[in-house]
Design a binder for this molecule. Structure first.
Ligand code: SF4
Length: 210
């Protein structure tokens, strides 16, 4: 079954989705740390508890946690949203897709933590992540909380987003079955955790038409 994160990986780089689906490597990121901080503060615990949880999963990554903690902001706007559950997993057999929302809120809405936002619009990548969460949770909208900017934004799934999501899932399904997309060099390649494996796997003729 695919994960919602496979959808966003695919938008970043189709090959990245291939490697994450077939050769998953877990590594600590500021996103993981910011999410733990958010959950701990919303549940009434503090930064220490957030670090306890984070370091249990990523024992050698205190510097990552410190970096996230120094940028993290909690907005007063969140006080108007009442959580009824945290870290809720959803999956859709029909779509072959699973994922997790950070909070389920009163009023049939969800909330997920993101990091930064410097515009008033959602990017395509953000819309697809949120549309995927709507599709698996059965809710028609939810919030993104940008933890480094203290910014809350509401998303409502459009028909166009739902359609684009289905198109992405079709492509991901092929990757899941073993299809390797064409390699496209980008800025991300420089710090990609799969760079070595990626460079040794040649693109095929067919992958150009993917
Ligand atoms: S090295 Fe570049 S092309 Fe290869 S998976 Fe990473 S980001 Fe994609």
């Amino acid at each position: 079954m695919l994960r919602v994160s496979d959808v966003t990986s695919f938008i970043t780089c189709p090959r990245l989705a291939y490697f994450r689906i077939h050769h998953w490597v877990e590594r600590a990121t500021e996103y993981h740390a910011a999410r733990e901080i958010y959950l701990s503060l919303r549940k009434g615990y503090g930064y220490e508890w957030a670090f306890e949880r984070f370091s249990t999963l990523f024992p050698e990554s205190e510097d990552v946690f410190r970096a996230a903690a120094s940028k993290f902001r909690m907005s007063d706007e969140l006080e108007g949203l009442q959580p009824v559950a945290w870290e809720v997993h959803f999956e859709s057999e029909r779509l072959g897709l699973r994922g997790v929302v950070d909070e389920v809120l009163e009023g049939d809405r969800f909330l997920v933590v993101m990091l930064t936002k410097n515009s008033e619009e959602f990017t395509f990548r953000e819309r697809m992540r949120l549309a995927a969460l709507c599709a698996i949770s059965g809710m028609d909208g939810g919030y993104a909380y940008y933890a480094y900017d203290g910014k809350l934004m509401f998303y409502s799934a459009s028909r166009r987003d739902r359609y684009n999501l289905l198109r992405l899932l079709e492509k991901l399904r092929r990757i899941e079955k073993g299809f390797l997309p064409e390699r496209k060099e980008s800025e991300r390649c420089e710090f990609c955790e799969y760079r070595e494996s990626c460079e040794t796997k040649p693109s095929t003729f067919l992958s150009r038409f993917f």
